[in-house]
Design a protein around this ligand. Structure first.
Ligand SMILES: *[C@@H]1O[C@H](CO)[C@@H](O)[C@H](O)[C@H]1NC(C)=O
Ligand SMILES: CC(=O)N[C@H]1CO[C@H](CO)[C@@H](O)[C@@H]1O
Length: 740
């Protein structure tokens, strides 16, 4: 063998040796081991379709600056496979681009393929067509479901492999997730659930990604999978197998908003406390759900009235701006934890209890590293804790971190970062609006679909629109008593949800809608009928499909009846089983009024005849992009309910007419948190402002289209820019000074 050959062989060997060092992700009970190094991994959820590709680099950069190592995302099946075999990996669904941007920033990825994702996302991430595959039953030991699930998971894994995105290939994906929070379902359905879990684990393992698979909230986890904890606190969680690392996959940074509900928030002090508590109890991976929540654009929000904003009180707000003090307070926490990393990953804590509600965790490694966590669990009182003969002041419900077992570098309740407050400044109002009235169709329209009786909404629309018309005729004899007495008959309509407009002979007779806890609704009112044929048209509106619950795919939507008329000569007439005509979607949707070409297909009204406070009205206006880079939003306070588009892109469902009910009293960070503990916005619209991504605008002539169901005043809609206002909380600064 020649000398050059030897050199070449050595080079080849070195290349392999190096890449196999780089290329392993393993773990033990202490931590994940990447590149041969044990790590405490700090992760945050950013869901790629909840922002735009133009926002991704900045979000990822801010995540990195905030001290994250890992970006976690679900994979959204219904976005990627809108109809069977027709795939979409473009725009906000360009998963490969998103992962590559994370990689370029030097961060890792935890890819939660699911494909069930829950996530307050329409139908929990499943495509609606899946429900209509013959014989299918979701998330159980069911052959058609397993075939479909495997097909999609395989598709995603193959794309990731062909792009070399798994860590052993030199990529950033260090772990994946199969299924999602399945434990509670398995517990409820028993044997078929167990069989399904085992199948899912083996199926995933068989895809040979070279990185570990995780199942979250899954106590009964197969041996080849790591189980992990979701919740507001996870310090007490133990993996089923003690040789697995302790993972906290969803540490809820706040909570989501629903229409009709308040805006929940979680104090930064409690979030930091929960993380420190987890880490001091052997925790080695934690994830913020969400780090950036973003926006449920278009019709992607899930059922039970999930709002368009998915801000989640995350460290990065819906618009991508740091929400302070949360973002900065957590960045400081991450710095402190990283300072402790050498001790944390190589030793178990020694725990002592020096006083009431006091707890001390000391990590001491063989190499001499020492880190201490001092805790005060008292929800009311601060305390002085003696540690190695030194006093440490601990506010109520807080943990101090001492990376050298001496110096307090961080306390979870001592917030040194100034707070920011979102500011919305109008930059253009008084847009020049035009209106178009949506027609109410009637049962004898030639394009209506006629069927006996009432049918479930989604089985008719396949969720191609929120709207379905149910129409029927009612003949009133000229000798009906009510025609003389004027005591109008009572129309009762029972609906499985979610909102309903009732039209009698083309005139709106009433509107009703479900509530947070119950999407079902009943319309019951006296209606004005005349002798002869009367046209009853019910516009049933869905507001997202359910995303959670055992067999949530079986939940119904729409007018299922009974529908009855009371107060006729015959008594009560049941309309449920008679002939009904159906029309899917609005006429304006069929005409694509939200697009530039579609909107020019009809005559719009402007000037003094502009429709105001009229139900079922389309509005359009054009505007130029405001200067600068500040994020933008629409102030929709003057409107009721409907949908918004800009240049054909779905901004989302607006519903400022739904006023938040809740309990907005003062909220103390100390004490156990739950999603209803801290609320804001009582008595105001659950969501008033709607994010307009900058990248959807062109410099001039942007088409803004609003469909309004209830009736509103479009002239008061304004475009606003979002900025942050700062204020330093003096009490907190002085607290830090006193104890320093
Ligand atoms: C940390 O893990 C070790 C080994 O499993 C265990 O003995 C110990 O109780 C754990 N400590 C805490 C505080 O969870
Ligand atoms: C089962 C369940 O409700 N899981 C949800 C818990 O909350 C997070 C955060 O909102 C969801 O994404 C989970 O899917």
């Amino acid at each position: 063998m020649g000398f050059m050959w030897k050199i070449l062989l050595i080079l080849v060997f070195l290349t392999f040796a190096c890449s196999s060092v780089r290329a392993t992700v393993s773990y033990d009970d202490k931590a994940f081991i990447i590149n041969g190094r044990r790590k405490i991994l700090i992760s945050g959820s950013i869901h790629y379709p909840r922002s735009t590709p133009q926002m991704w680099p900045d979000l990822i950069k801010k995540a990195k600056d905030g001290g994250l190592d890992v970006i976690q995302t679900y994979v959204f099946w219904n976005g990627h496979e809108p109809s069977p075999g027709k795939y979409n990996f473009e725009g906000r669904f360009d998963l490969v681009k998103f992962i590559k941007l994370v990689q370029q920033a030097g961060l890792y990825v935890h890819l939660r393929i699911g494909p069930y994702v829950c996530a307050e996302w329409n139908f929990g991430g499943f495509p609606v067509w899946l429900k209509y595959v013959p014989g299918i039953e979701f998330r159980t030991d069911n052959q058609p479901f397993k075939v479909a699930m495997q097909g999609f998971v395989q598709k995603i894994v193959n794309i990731m492999k062909s792009e070399k995105l798994f860590e052993p290939q030199g990529g950033p994906i260090i772990m994946s997730q199969i299924e999602n929070e399945y434990g509670p379902v398995e517990w409820e359905i028993g044997a078929p659930g167990k069989a399904y879990t085992a199948w899912a684990a083996n199926m995933a393992e068989g895809l040979h990604t070279g990185v570990p698979w995780i199942m979250c909230k899954q106590e009964d986890v197969p041996a080849n999978i790591i189980d992990s904890c979701n919740g507001f606190y996870c310090e007490g969680f133990r993996p089923k197998n003690p040789n697995k690392p302790k993972m906290f996959t969803e540490n809820w940074t706040g909570w989501y908003t629903q229409y009709g509900g308040t805006v929940p928030y979680r104090p930064a002090e409690d979030l930091a406390f929960s993380v420190a508590r987890f880490v001091q109890n052997n925790g080695s991976f934690f994830n913020y759900y969400m780090y950036h929540g973003g926006t449920n654009f278009g019709r992607t929000a899930a059922g039970l009235f999930v709002a368009t904003s998915y801000d989640y009180d995350a460290p990065l707000d819906e618009y991508g701006l740091p929400s302070e003090p949360k973002w900065g307070h957590l960045r400081n926490l991450h710095k402190a934890i990283k300072q402790c990393e050498p001790a944390l990953v190589s030793s178990y804590p020694t725990v002592t209890w020096p006083g009431k509600n006091q707890e001390v965790h000391v990590f001491r490694s063989k190499s001499g590293a020492c880190a201490a966590f001092l805790s005060n669990y008292d929800p009311t009182y601060s305390t002085k804790l003696m540690f190695q003969n030194h006093p440490y002041d601990l506010p109520a419900w807080s943990i101090s971190i001492l990376p050298d077992c001496k110096t307090e570098v961080y306390n979870t309740a001592k917030v040194t970062v100034p707070s920011s407050k979102a500011k919305m400044t109008p930059i253009s109002s008084g847009l020049s609006w035009q209106s178009y009235n949506e027609e109410t169709p009637s049962a004898d329209d030639s394009d209506a679909l006629v069927m006996d009786g009432l049918h479930e909404q989604i089985s008719v629309t396949r969720d191609s629109s929120d709207y379905l018309w149910y129409m029927t005729d009612v003949t009133v004899a000229s000798n009906e008593g009510f025609l003389k007495s004027g005591k109008w008959p009572l129309l009762t309509v029972m609906s499985a949800g979610h909102a309903l407009h009732v039209f009698i002979n083309g005139k709106l007779s009433g509107t009703t809608y479900g509530s947070l806890n119950n999407p079902k609704l009943t319309f019951s009112d006296n209606v004005n009928l005349r002798a002869g044929v009367n046209k009853i048209s019910l516009l049933s509106v869905s507001v997202g499909l359910a995303n959670v619950g055992v067999h949530y795919e079986k939940w119904n939507t729409g007018v299922l009846g009974p529908v009855s008329l009371k107060g006729l000569n015959e008594g009560t007439r049941d309309l449920t089983k008679q002939k009904w005509s159906y029309k899917v979607g609005l006429k304006g949707e069929a005409l694509s009024l939200h697009t530039v070409t579609g909107s020019s297909s009809v005559e719009w009204i402007q000037g003094s005849k502009l429709a105001q406070k009229q139900p079922l009205t389309w509005y359009k206006a054009t505007f130029n992009a405001p200067a600068g880079n500040d994020p933008l939003a629409l102030d929709m306070l003057s409107m009721g309910k409907g949908e918004i588009w800009i240049n054909g892109e779905g901004i989302g469902r607006h519903w400022p007419g739904y006023i938040a009910k809740g309990n907005c009293g003062a909220c103390n960070y100390a004490g156990t948190f739950k999603e209803t503990k801290c609320q804001s916005g009582c008595g105001q619209p659950s969501q008033r402002w709607y994010h307009v991504p900058r990248s959807w605008l062109k410099p001039s002539g942007n088409l803004l289209v609003v469909f309004e169901e209830w009736g509103g005043d479009p002239t008061k809609i304004s475009l606003v820019k979002r900025t942050s206002e700062w204020h330093v909380d003096q009490t907190k600064i002085s607290l830090v000074k006193r104890t320093a």
